[in-house]
Design a protein. Structure first.
Length: 469
């Protein structure tokens, strides 16, 4: 059999016949790993340069490979040449086309390399770039939150626990809570990318190579911190994919919470916010409807990403070392997690900027005197009373107000004395929501002063990252 046999889907001369048609369709990954085109070309170019540097191929061959790969990438990216499912994956499509273009040098590219370490490298390159992109998108959303929070540092509204009115807070403080969640999401993504920072290239199929290659050189050329330290682990590790998918899932959970609040707040019953028209839809039947579809989708999308995480963990849970074909199945859920996070984040800055808050409705809801019950207890603490005693006294005041069907603020001097002889109408000033909120200036508190402090802190961080706030 001629050594010039065209490159096939990894079967080589070992097999006399072709794979069964149905089996070939199941085996192929080109439908989804086409996403790795740029990363595959980049990794192959670094590998070729290294092979020439250590004398395993001629410098002229490396030059031909690098230039040929640029041409291959362009042809596929521009749609001038179709990817061939018969070649199974992006790696064989690239190498086959390269060899057709440049001949013998193309057949030297796979020296000291396996598709196992090749795909592991490509996936890490994709993962690191995706994490950086998502982090940048998160920053854009944080900019939008920061701007709205600055605008509404003094806007009062009820804060809720158990979806029951609890204490008065500021809208700026509420919005900055989501900025905090997004900061953690950003950190998780970049932390996962850091753990994907070693290059598997040169690990071979599972046992590296006897050829004298320079793994540190390819790692540096591709922007990695260095090479991996165990070839068995390097080709079979997909921890980074699971970690990034989990970070995307938790990000989605946070966006889902925001989506739920926007859906709830935009109802007639709450009437706290109106979403911009560009983020709503109408009804095919009811002409008056303004449905918060985008917020609802933010609420729903995380379900699929949570499923992606479960899929990734389930595929990996029982695999022996090293590479198994099962790992091919980790790619689709990984891409889905990243792409779902990407499309969700893309809509977020505009959605947040479009929000029109009904500050009068919020302010009116914040006037509920019951929201000041805790502040009233703290007023008694300031007068020297133990908190538990103050808490009990305020609880009795609440019950007295319910019995009379009046608000706490409307209790008379006699009502106060009936509950506790030490109480005077002066303590009821603690029920003023603006006064109560303004007093909560501690770090992390909702006072306008504290909100502006946090907005300034976040704005400074974002400006250092190159974002104008």
């Amino acid at each position: 059999m001629s050594s010039k046999k065209p490159i096939g889907g990894g079967r080589g001369a070992r097999f006399a016949g072709e794979m069964d048609t149905a089996a070939s369709a199941l085996n192929a990954s080109i439908a989804f790993d086409r996403r790795l085109l740029a990363d595959d070309v980049r990794g192959s170019q670094a590998h070729a340069r290294m092979l020439a540097a250590v004398g395993l191929i001629a410098a002229a061959d490396a030059d031909a490979i690098v230039a040929g790969l640029d041409q291959v990438a362009g042809e596929f990216a521009r749609g001038e040449r179709a990817l061939d499912a018969a070649l199974e994956d992006i790696h064989m499509n690239v190498e086959s086309r390269l060899t057709a273009l440049i001949g013998e040098p193309g057949r030297r590219l796979h020296t000291a390399r396996s598709r196992n370490d090749q795909v592991a490298t490509d996936l890490r390159l994709y993962a690191r770039a995706a994490a950086a992109e998502l982090a940048s998108q998160i920053d854009q959303a944080r900019v939008a939150l920061c701007r709205q929070a600055r605008k509404h540092a003094e806007t009062l509204l009820p804060g809720y626990t158990h979806l029951q009115r609890a204490q008065a807070v500021t809208l700026g403080h509420h919005l900055m809570a989501y900025a905090e969640m997004l900061a953690r999401d950003r950190g998780r993504l970049l932390d996962a990318a850091r753990r994907a920072g070693q290059s598997p290239l040169g690990s071979g199929a599972l046992a590296a190579t006897s050829l004298s290659i320079d793994r540190a050189a390819t790692a540096q050329a591709l922007g990695f911190d260095g090479p991996t330290h165990n070839s068995l682990d390097a080709v079979s590790d997909r921890d980074f994919a699971a970690e990034i998918a989990f970070a995307c899932a938790l990000l989605g959970v946070h966006l889902s919470r925001l989506g739920e609040e926007l859906v709830l707040w935009s109802t007639t019953e709450f009437g706290f916010v109106q979403l911009g028209e560009g983020y709503c839809s109408g009804s095919s039947l009811m002409p008056q409807k303004r449905n918060p579809d985008i917020a609802e989708l933010l609420r729903a999308k995380p379900a699929r990403v949570i499923g992606d995480v479960v899929t990734l963990l389930t595929i990996s849970k029982g695999l022996t070392l090293a590479y198994n074909k099962d790992l091919q199945e980790t790619q689709e859920p990984f891409y889905d997690a990243v792409e779902t996070a990407r499309v969700s984040l893309a809509v977020l800055p505009g959605l947040i900027a479009s929000l029109e808050f009904n500050t009068e409705r919020m302010h009116a809801a914040a006037q509920d005197p019951a929201l000041g019950a805790t502040d009233l207890a703290e007023e008694l603490v300031r007068a020297g009373m133990p908190f538990r005693e103050g808490h009990e006294i305020v609880g009795r005041l609440v019950r007295r107000a319910e019995e009379k069907n009046v608000s706490l603020r409307d209790l008379t001097a006699d009502d106060l004395k009936l509950v506790d002889a030490r109480l005077t109408p002066a303590v009821l000033k603690a029920l003023d929501p603006a006064r109560a909120v303004a007093a909560r200036t501690v770090v992390g508190g909702p006072a306008p002063e504290a909100v502006r402090r946090e907005v300034a802190r976040l704005a400074a961080e974002l400006e250092q990252l190159g974002f104008a706030v």
